[in-house]
Ligand binder design. Structure first.
Ligand code: SF4
Ligand code: SF4
Length: 432
């Protein structure tokens, strides 16, 4: 795509990156077919190509974001299906991330949107606050029907629908040594996942220990910054990235790390991008790149090592839901299915497996109607497989699909742990 940025504009490294992305687009429109919002709405401006045009026009002319542009950018899930489809290698992720930050700095949203966004940014990345908010959700749940009548409360109603009825106790973050030591890994503690599903961390530690890996947690590490990054809050995202880079470097340069293991693929995509995120920070660019090279999705890591022997008798039919952040963001596609098959499960993949389930970080709270349509569509495609259980590798997907599915939704690491000597996942136990 031809661009007309001035030399002065291109002196800004962020704008130069955006321009390089835009120039790669050849308008072919292949990406529209796999874009969930274009599939649902059929509007060119809700397609990747349409958004690229809108963003180009806004950046090139240094226009203040209009409500119309913000609407179409907000509707983007950042699912990155367009990046998988694009034959020209357009890095849409870096472009839309820049556009979101540009909008956040220059656009005055209506007060209610500002309020919900500020609350989400204040609560979700902090496990203690998030746990408290989930407990308070029990008080608000009886009023959900009443609140749903007012547009302004729609994000709250979406949150109440997604909030689990039982809030589990906090998981342990104590280091866990292996018996036969093959290496040492750090697990991302994260923010939402340990609050909603602490059993994922427990299964990951057990399995890694049985594989011979010591597991540690970097003391000062916390939320990876993805949630605020996708809301355009660039400074908050950069601060989170710097804090985690420092925390993991202390471990890497101390007792050493073979990998930084991530069990929520949405976080993995962001951590693998820390090198890009901090590229303009002379104090952090190299350090962030080092950290990014060690980041591994749990399925990626397990596929590259020897697993413990598989115990017989776990021949369930598993519908595998590929999280967008894993299949499109990290291009990890085969490993999860192959691991489940090696563990003795019959693995099935649903129709439209490339389409997002509508979770997408805070999307199912901020865009509840579109998210709900995508969630229902995904759940229906999964149900057609008549599985015993649905497996995925991202907590957001597990919550979004779990709210609609008739069968349990678990993280694939729980199934792998069970198949190799760990306990039966509690969600399976309670469903049988
Ligand atoms: S990231 Fe997803 S929703 Fe956004 S433009 Fe690309 S395919 Fe469409
Ligand atoms: S597929 Fe790639 S090159 Fe073609 S319109 Fe979409 S982003 Fe542009």
């Amino acid at each position: 795509m031809q661009t007309n940025f001035t030399p002065a504009q291109l002196a800004d490294p962020a704008l130069a990156t955006a321009e390089a992305v835009i120039r790669k687009c050849v308008h072919c429109g292949f990406c529209t077919a796999t874009c969930p919002t274009y599939v649902l709405l059929g509007d060119e401006l809700d397609s990747p190509r349409g958004r690229i045009y809108l963003i180009k026009d806004m950046l090139e002319n240094e226009r203040a974001p209009t409500a119309e542009v913000v609407k179409h950018v907000d509707r983007c899930l950042s699912c990155l299906a367009c990046m998988t489809t694009c034959p020209s290698g357009v890095n849409y992720m870096h472009l839309v991330d820049h556009a979101r930050a540009y909008i956040d700095q220059r656009y005055q949203r209506p007060w209610s949107e500002r309020l919900w966004r500020a609350l989400l940014a204040m609560i979700l990345p902090h496990p203690a606050r998030f746990r408290l908010a989930l407990r308070l959700a029990a008080l608000g749940r009886p009023f959900a029907g009443l609140l749903g009548r007012a547009t302004v409360f729609k994000p709250l109603v979406a949150m109440l629908a997604l909030a689990p009825r039982h809030v589990p106790a906090a998981p342990s973050a104590a280091p866990s040594p292996a018996r036969a030591r093959k290496g040492r890994v750090a697990i991302l503690k994260g923010c939402a996942e340990p609050v909603l599903r602490p059993e994922i961390r427990a299964a990951t530690i057990r399995l890694l220990n049985r594989c011979g890996y010591d597991v540690t947690f970097a003391p000062d590490e916390a939320c990876c910054g993805a949630l605020v990054h996708h809301m355009g809050k660039e400074e908050a995202a950069l601060a989170a990235a710097r804090r985690n880079v420092d925390a993991w470097l202390r471990e890497m340069d101390g007792d050493g790390l073979d990998a930084i293991i991530i069990t929520a693929s949405g976080c993995g995509t962001t951590i693998k991008d820390y090198g890009h995120l901090l590229r303009a920070d002379p104090a952090y660019a190299d350090k962030a790149a080092r950290v990014s090279t060690l980041a591994r999705d749990i399925s990626e890591f397990l596929a590259a090592i020897d697993l413990p022997p598989v115990e017989p008798g776990k021949a369930l039919t598993v519908a595998y839901h590929a999280a967008c952040s894993l299949q499109h963001g990290q291009k990890v596609t085969d490993a999860p299915r192959q691991l489940l098959a090696r563990a003795g499960f019959q693995v099935k993949v649903p129709a439209e497996s490339h389409l997002c389930c509508g979770s997408a970080g805070t999307y199912n709270i901020l865009q509840p109607e579109l998210a709900s349509q995508l969630g229902d569509r995904k759940a229906a495609n999964l149900a057609r497989l008549q599985p015993d259980v649905i497996a995925t590798g991202n907590i957001g997907c597990a919550m979004q699909i779990g709210a609609r599915a008739e069968v349990p939704v678990v993280h694939l690491v729980e199934l792998l742990d069970w198949a190799t000597g760990g306990p039966r996942p509690a969600r399976l136990a309670s469903s049988s």
